[in-house]
Design a protein around this ligand. Structure first.
Ligand SMILES: *Cc1c(COP(=O)(O)O)cnc(C)c1O
Length: 345
């Protein structure tokens, strides 16, 4: 079976873990600070704070921005429930918006009318490895949180995502672009925001008491992250090459929506199918290929909001299927996937 996603783990990953284990210093040590330094240099941000997941990174950012009970936070509907969770931890109110059906990201047209004084942040997830018109969102004057969990290394106007807004978060979950098993990172250019999130995570041996969060990354995770980050450019090149192969293979069939985004890293390769998705995925499974909807459930459905208020999300949810695309795929697997998709049509 060709799995839907799979991390790329090689000898250097094994070696670094052995090294950290034999050092007997497993918690927060040199590797965590090293990964923070490397990632902020790579993206071009001033400050970095490692966390144990993307969700906890997002929770800390919202806390650091002062989001509190009753405040509103804008998010798209077509994204994982992690965003909803981070907002709910604070008893804030999610303002769920429709998406742009072409790039799968938060729709500016849907978001703009929902901006009020109560909206304390916009979370903009860059879906599937590509982006949208960030400039327009920045002009709204609300702190913009860039969710780069799926788009590490992707660019907007030639600059890497993660340094545009008030803060950004990254995820190193097992299936993300690089992995530490579980892990996350906050980047920001704001010294004030950085000192607030740092204060919230450094809970031990403090003079004062406030509620703080044990969201720390371990050195085992960070060591893996350092080795993975070194390979990132190669990973991205491989993802883009696979995407170009699929593009060519599918060009005559009208199933791949051209994303037309030169900075895309193809965390996901999404095709649009007009027949029932489950049956189509079933036909692929029979050929040994696992394809999945790229988002399990739109958030407006979880929240019981009216479906007709989210026409693009609904349309995409009913037609979008994500194919395996990751550096560990072999040339013959890539060929088999493309051929099987065409046969399954
Ligand atoms: C994975 C993901 C997250 C959450 O990251 P975790 O490390 O799994 O907590 C947040 N936003 C998006 C867009 C993601 O894909």
């Amino acid at each position: 079976m060709i799995g839907h996603s799979r991390p790329t783990i090689g000898n250097s990953d094994w070696k670094i873990l052995q090294k950290v284990l034999s050092s007997a210093r497993l918690c927060e040590n040199g590797c965590v600070r090293g990964l923070e330094r490397r990632l902020k240099a790579f993206i071009g941000a001033r400050f970095a704070l490692a966390a144990n997941s993307g969700t906890s990174a997002l929770h800390l950012i919202l806390l650091g921005l002062g989001v509190t009970r009753g405040d509103r936070v804008l998010i798209p509907s077509y994204v994982c429930s992690s965003l909803l969770n981070a907002i709910m931890y604070l008893q804030a109110k999610p303002v769920v918006c429709d998406i742009d059906a072409h790039n799968y990201n938060l729709s500016f047209a849907a978001a703009r009318p929902k901006i009020t004084k109560k909206v304390k942040a916009i979370i903009l997830p860059y879906m599937f490895g590509g982006t949208t018109d960030i400039d327009k969102f920045l002009e709204l004057g609300v702190p913009l949180v860039e969710d780069c969990a799926q788009s590490l290394g992707a660019t907007y106007r030639g600059k890497r995502l993660g340094g545009f807004g008030a803060a950004s978060l990254f995820s190193f979950y097992a299936t993300k672009v690089i992995t530490t098993g579980q892990g996350g990172m906050i980047l920001t250019n704001s010294p004030a925001l950085f000192s607030r999130v740092k204060n919230l995570i450094e809970y031990d041996e403090r003079q004062d008491y406030i509620v703080r969060y044990n969201y720390k990354m371990t050195d085992l995770q960070a060591a893996l992250g350092l080795v993975q980050l070194k390979q990132l450019n190669g990973f991205i090149a491989k993802r883009r090459a696979i995407a170009r192969y699929y593009d060519r293979a599918f060009s005559r069939y009208g199933i791949s929506v051209a994303v037309n985004d030169p900075g895309h890293i193809y965390y996901r390769y999404v095709i649009r199918i007009n027949s029932p998705l489950k049956q189509f995925a079933g036909r692929l499974r029979k050929k040994g290929i696992e394809a999945k909807p790229p988002v399990f459930m739109p958030l407006h459905r979880y929240l019981g909001l009216e479906r007709k208020l989210f026409p693009n999300t609904e349309e995409v949810f009913k037609t979008a299927l994500s194919l395996p695309i990751y550096p560990a795929l072999t040339a013959s697997q890539i060929k088999l996937i493309a051929r099987s998709v065409i046969e399954a049509l």
